[in-house]
Design a protein around this ligand. Structure first.
Ligand code: ADP
Ligand code: MG
Length: 239
């Protein structure tokens, strides 16, 4: 990849919880306009790496660069302003607020109310959520709530979007539509990083896949190579 196309670079990231090295010198990159998969068995360190990238957890070693700029010392708000958005494995919607208001809260981080409302309407259409716009978030089935969370991340117009198991709880048809959405986000130039257990989705949408196991990257490559990598198969057999 050319330096201009790299939206995210993590280098040598180390995070320990007591004696447990959750991340043990992890490197990864994500490019603009591409979908980068981050997979690995439970406890591999995927969500912890997202926490480090978005500034919620300080690594004891290593660096995080966004668009070539070292953001390691910056907090989550500053990184958000540089164009980073994420979703959480555990849903973090405002349950009592409607779908539309959940998105508006995020869109209004931008400068203008009118523009925020237009942007939200556009996102609701794009996600096929217009029919649920006025439903309180806590009344939604999980698959739909996950879409709303993705919509909320989209509302800040991120250049780098981290998605932590966004398809969990979606049925087959929802997942297929979600795959199309991911492609269209990448088509807009967004660098998408996808943590996902649905291997069908990962293998069909990702341009490149990083595999974590026990805090280390054990493989990087296109889906076709990753799916027959012996180390990767062995890591999943142990699950
Ligand atoms: P994944 O998202 O790949 O399932 P996590 O990043 O959640 O993995 O966890 C990686 C490792 O770090 C696991 O061993 C987990 O138990 C540990 N861990 C994660 N968060 C914490 C925490 N807040 N306190 C202590 N240990 C944690
Ligand atoms: Mg996780």
């Amino acid at each position: 990849p050319s330096p201009d196309s790299v939206a995210l670079e993590a280098r040598g990231v180390v995070v320990s919880f007591g004696g447990n090295r959750a991340l043990d010198g992890v490197a990864m990159t994500a490019e603009k306009g591409r979908i980068t998969g981050l997979i690995g068995p439970n406890g591999a360190g995927k969500s912890t790496l997202f926490d480090v990238v978005c500034g919620l957890r300080k690594p004891s070693a290593g660096r995080v660069l966004m668009d070539g700029r070292d953001v390691t010392r910056l907090g989550p708000m500053r990184r958000a302003r540089f164009g980073l958005a994420r979703t959480f494995q555990r849903l973090e919607l405002f349950g009592r607020l409607s779908v539309r208001d959940n998105l508006l809260v995020a869109a209004e981080l931008g400068p203008e109310r009118r523009r925020a409302e237009r942007a939200v309407t556009e996102i609701l259409d794009r996600l096929d959520l217009a029919g649920s716009a006025d439903s309180p978030a806590d009344t939604l089935p999980t698959g739909v709530a996950r879409l709303v969370e993705v919509g909320r991340a989209m509302a800040v117009r991120p250049r780098l979007l981290l998605l932590d198991e966004p398809a969990a709880g979606q049925d087959g048809e929802e997942t297929e539509r979600f795959a199309a959405l991911l492609r269209s986000l990448a088509g807009d130039g967004t660098a998408v990083v996808l943590v996902e257990h649905d291997m069908g989705l990962v293998m069909s949408v990702c341009d490149e896949v990083h595999v974590l196991d026990l805090g280390k990257v054990i493989a990087v490559g296109p889906p076709a190579e990753i799916r027959r990598d012996e180390k990767v198969l062995a890591a999943y057999l142990g699950e």
